[in-house]
Every structure is written in C-alpha cells, then in structure tokens.
Design a protein around this ligand. Structure first.
Ligand code: THU
Length: 162
C-alpha cells in the first residue's frame, strides 16, 4: 500500500484593492454580470467573467428555468459564450461572484462540480493552459486558485475515451 497526498495552494486577499488591476477589473465584471442573472426560482445570483488572451472579457450569469434541472450555471454560460464567439482563444482567468437576498454571503462560493468539469474541459481544449479562478462572495475574502484542475482532482477527461 502506498499513501498519496494531493495538495493545492491558493491565495487569500482581504479586499479587492489587494488584487492586481487586471484581476480587480475581472472581478468587477463578474459583479456587473450579476445583473444578467435570471434566477426567479432560487433568487441566487451568480456572475462570472472570463479574461481571454486577446484581452476580451466575456461575462455570463445563471439562467434558470421552471423545469429546474435545465438551469444554467453562470460559469457554463460564460464559457459557452467564449466557445461561440472566440472558439480558439485561450481563457486566462475566470472571476465568479454570488449574491442572494436571503442571506449575506461573506465568503467565496466555489463553482459546482458540473462547472468544475466544464472548466477542466476548457483547460484541456487549450492544451492544459490553466484557468486561474478568482472567487468572492458579496464581500469578504477573495480566493485565487491556480487552475480549474485544482478544484477537481481525479477529473474525468477525454483521455479515458481513447
Ligand atoms: N449556480 C451557478 O450559476 N453556478 C454554480 O457553480 C452553482 C450554482 C446557480 C444555478 C442556480 O441558478 C443557482 O445558482 C442556485 O443553485
């Protein structure tokens, strides 16, 4: 038997002012995207913004449906928009933020498992170039992770399909 360990490292910032100008702008874009959320059922808004290698910022927000399983997560909306508008451009980073009127969210809410899978697929599609992930709740600490893969150890990927 061999014991193995997986570790990740991430950065914690205490305010948006501590971020680089580029990261702060991306987080602001994610916050602006909260306005695009269509979430009458959960009343939970999620905003995502991605920075592309060509400098473009593409935003997305969650889009719900009365048939609940059809709800689209913000991260997937943003990455689908990238795939449609800039299919060959590398995504460098993604900022994600959330808000709800039901409670104060003072800590980062991280992407669901399905979004992690989609982020990893994009990393694979761009030949392993990692997508940095910046997370903040409504306020409070900001987490910065180095890649989608860091959020999804043992990810299933196309290599398994041969
Ligand atoms: N949601 C996202 O947009 N991203 C996630 O990573 C988790 C959840 C949305 C889906 C639904 O509209 C609402 O948040 C509540 O689950």
């Amino acid at each position: 038997m061999k014991q193995k360990k997986i570790t990740i490292s991430y950065q914690v910032f205490h305010s948006i002012e501590e971020l680089s100008v580029e990261d702060a702008q991306l987080l602001e874009a994610a916050k602006a995207a909260l306005q695009l959320s269509y979430s009458p059922y959960s009343e939970f808004r999620v905003g995502a913004a991605v920075l592309l290698a060509n400098g473009a910022i593409v935003s997305g927000a969650n889009q719900e449906n009365a048939a609940y399983p059809m709800c689209l997560c913000a991260e997937q909306v943003a990455l689908a928009a990238v795939a449609s508008q800039y299919p060959d451009v590398v995504v460098k980073k993604m900022a994600i933020t959330v808000t709800t009127k039901h409670t104060d969210i003072n800590e980062p809410a991280s992407p669901c498992g399905s979004c992690r899978q989609v982020i990893c697929e994009k990393e694979d599609r761009q030949k392993g170039v990692p997508i940095e992930i910046i997370l903040q709740g409504e306020k409070g600490d900001i987490y910065k992770l180095n890649s989608g893969r860091d959020l999804l150890p043992f990810a299933f990927d196309g290599d398994f399909l041969g």
